[in-house]
Design a protein around this ligand. Structure first.
Ligand code: GDP
Ligand code: MG
Length: 609
């Protein structure tokens, strides 16, 4: 396939607007997957993706489609030239906008899918701008037109007023009934430019993604920009200079299909004998080892917005957790991992995530796919602290923030984001209140049309990583949509809040909060802990403190009765059940000093903001 007959495109949409379903239909339409067979949402490969209905890892699929340019519809089907189309799937959730931009790097165009009833939503806006900034040709697709509440004309008007897209260019589809789908691929072929590379230049390709396969080793997804990549070629990384052999080369159809060669403009995979995905730097340029080339513009590296400590729920499981994390990060290079030790929880890891959902998904995968049981500490964003001696540090773990009087904190900066919020006009009031409670600064406030408002806020990242989206959803009856991009660090008045059990600070429970909120957060944390820690043989005091100042305190009185005392010694099976239940409860306990803390208590702490 010469570049003229290749198209690389992706589908971008607000979550739930039908991107995955539409992708499935296109794969069926081109015979890439069989209709009605296979799993729904073919490209969503991970179990969590299916369960949560979100795409986490972008996937690519190659399809073939015959089409006569210049609208020569009379031409016999088999005489029409065949086009090679690469569909590059993108995640729809805010946490993964980094994945979106890296998928877009290999595309020349995008289908911008908008639900005909919901209209333009926050992630539509964010994804539109990502595509627009990458100079992609955008094809608006108004999907779900089968719904009774569909209003395509209103969506057309929104696309015009928000993005200056010509209403005439919009395609109307229903991925459910199949209506209008036949116009999608012709539009892709006719409107999206072919890849711009040069066939006669030395081979250069962009490394899009990499994952580890048990049998084949590291598999790199690549977009060949210039020249051709053949099996057996010696290739080199522009970033490290390391050389590799292209042991296998092929396309994703959608399963790996060896083709021995990838030509200019093609997207596919290469197996190169890399030992770990850490060698595969996403955004790197790979080229023929024998020629020197100018590296392609890479894309921004993943920014870790949320950090949390991960510890084995049962102290002896450290090696198992270590192994599970190693295997999982092999396929998710967007998580950063460093070992850390907590006096309370022992040996564990400090992990950096793209956002809270990313963190949740990572936990879920650790548990589901690797059987690991973990305790995670209160998530924190990376702060920058300056001490009185002039030194500056980035703090990813609140416990490491020095609280000794010799090293006083002189200043602090916290990361902030620019948030886009779209809501029906009647919810403007409550949303403004929420944003100002979360220390937000309004940057823009306008209307998309007569029914929907559009707002932009600068918000501290810490205020949105913890439960902001849920709260926003609940005060707007689920109608608000939200997306954000990162912004500069802002100077801020943050303090370290310690939790003490029987007078001992528990490092794993330390958190950094805004001075004005410290009192309330301290109170809430202490109350939560009181609720979740079981009474024990001795009295437990639970305190929250800033430096040496105690700001909240609760006492848990000692347990008087034995669990078995309730059993009257009579019913043996009941007694057994109780004992078993107690044992089960024990497994999920973490002993901190002399106090047993159930795993749930750690989990509950995550929700306090
Ligand atoms: P994604 O989050 O953008 O990938 O959206 P999905 O493809 O997962 O679709 C979200 C939901 O909308 C699913 O329940 C689909 O079955 C449904 N859906 C997708 N396309 C259509 C459509 O054209 N009409 C209707 N009525 N439902 C659709
Ligand atoms: Mg999806």
């Amino acid at each position: 396939y010469p570049p003229e007959r290749i198209r690389n495109f992706s589908i971008i949409a607000h979550v739930d607007h039908g991107k995955s379903t539409l992708a499935d239909r296109l794969l069926e339409l081109t015979g890439t997957i069989k209709r009605g067979h296979g799993q729904p949402q073919y490209l969503d490969k991970l179990q969590v993706e299916r369960e949560r209905g979100i795409t986490v890892k972008a996937q690519t699929a190659t399809m073939f489609h015959r089409h006569a340019l210049n609208s020569n519809h009379a031409m016999d089907d088999n005489d029409r030239p065949s086009f090679l189309l690469n569909l590059i799937d993108t995640p729809g959730h805010v946490d993964f906008s980094y994945e979106v931009s890296r998928s877009l790097a290999a595309c020349q165009g995008a289908l911008l899918v908008v639900d005909a009833a919901q209209g333009v939503q926050a992630q539509t806006v964010a994804n539109f701008y990502l595509a627009f900034e990458s100079n992609l040709t955008i094809i608006p697709v108004i999907n779900k037109i089968d719904q009774p509440t569909a209003d395509p004309d209103r969506v057309r008007a929104q696309l015009k007023s928000m993005f200056d897209l010509d209403p005439k260019d919009a395609l109307l589809t229903s991925a459910k009934t199949g209506q209008g789908l036949e116009h999608l691929l012709p539009a892709v072929i006719e409107r999206i430019p072919c890849p711009p590379g040069q066939c006669d230049l030395p081979m250069r390709m962009l490394l899009l993604d990499a994952y580890y396969d048990e049998y084949k080793g590291v598999i790199c997804h690549v977009a060949v920009v210039d020249g051709a990549l053949r099996k057996g070629d010696k290739i080199a990384s522009a970033a490290t200079g390391q050389t590799y052999d292209a042991l296998d080369v092929g396309i994703m159809h959608p399963e790996l299909k060896s083709t021995g060669v990838l030509f200019t403009g093609q997207v596919g995979y290469v197996v190169s004998g890399m030992r770990s995905t850490k060698e595969a730097r996403v955004g790197d340029t790979l080229h023929w080892a024998k020629s020197t080339v100018i590296p392609l513009p890479g894309f921004k590296p993943a920014k870790h917005m949320v950090f949390s400590g991960l510890y084995p729920a049962d102290g002896s499981d450290f090696d198992a957790l270590n192994h599970a994390i190693e295997r999982l990060t092999c396929n998710d290079a967007s998580v950063s991992v460093t070992k850390e030790t907590s006096t309370a929880l022992g040996m564990g890891f400090r992990c950096g995530f793209l956002g809270l959902l990313h963190m949740d998904v990572f936990h879920q995968r650790l548990e589901q796919e690797y059987g690991a049981r973990v305790i995670s500490t209160i998530p924190t964003v990376p702060y920058i602290f300056e001490y009185s001696d002039g030194s500056k540090v980035q703090v990813q773990n609140p416990a490491t923030l020095a609280s000794n009087p010799g090293k006083r904190v002189a200043a602090c900066w916290e990361p902030s984001v620019i948030a886009t919020i779209i809501i029906p006009s009647e919810y403007v009031g409550p949303v403004i209140t929420l944003c100002s409670e979360r220390r937000g600064e309004q940057l823009e406030y306008s209307f998309i049309d007569s029914q929907r408002a559009f707002m932009k806020y600068r918000l501290p990242l810490r205020e949105i990583v913890i439960d902001f989206y849920n709260e926003l959803k609940s005060i707007t009856s689920g109608y608000a949509t939200f997306d954000y991009e990162d912004d500069e660090y802002q100077k801020s008045d943050m303090v370290k809040l310690d939790i003490l059990l029987n007078g001992q600070p528990v490092d794993a429970m330390a958190t950094i909060v805004h001075n004005l909120k410290a009192q309330r957060v301290g109170r809430e944390l202490v109350e939560k802990l009181k609720k979740f820690i079981d009474r024990q043989m001795f009295e437990i005091t639970i305190q929250a403190a800033i430096g040496s100042k105690i700001i909240a305190r609760e006492t848990l009185s000692a347990m008087r009765k034995n669990v078995l005392a309730k059993c009257y010694g009579g019913d043996v099976t009941r007694k057994k059940k109780l004992l078993e239940k107690q044992k089960e409860g024990k497994k999920r306990m973490k002993r901190v000093g002399s106090v047993d803390i159930p795993q749930e208590a750690f989990h509950e702490l995550l929700k306090v903001s």
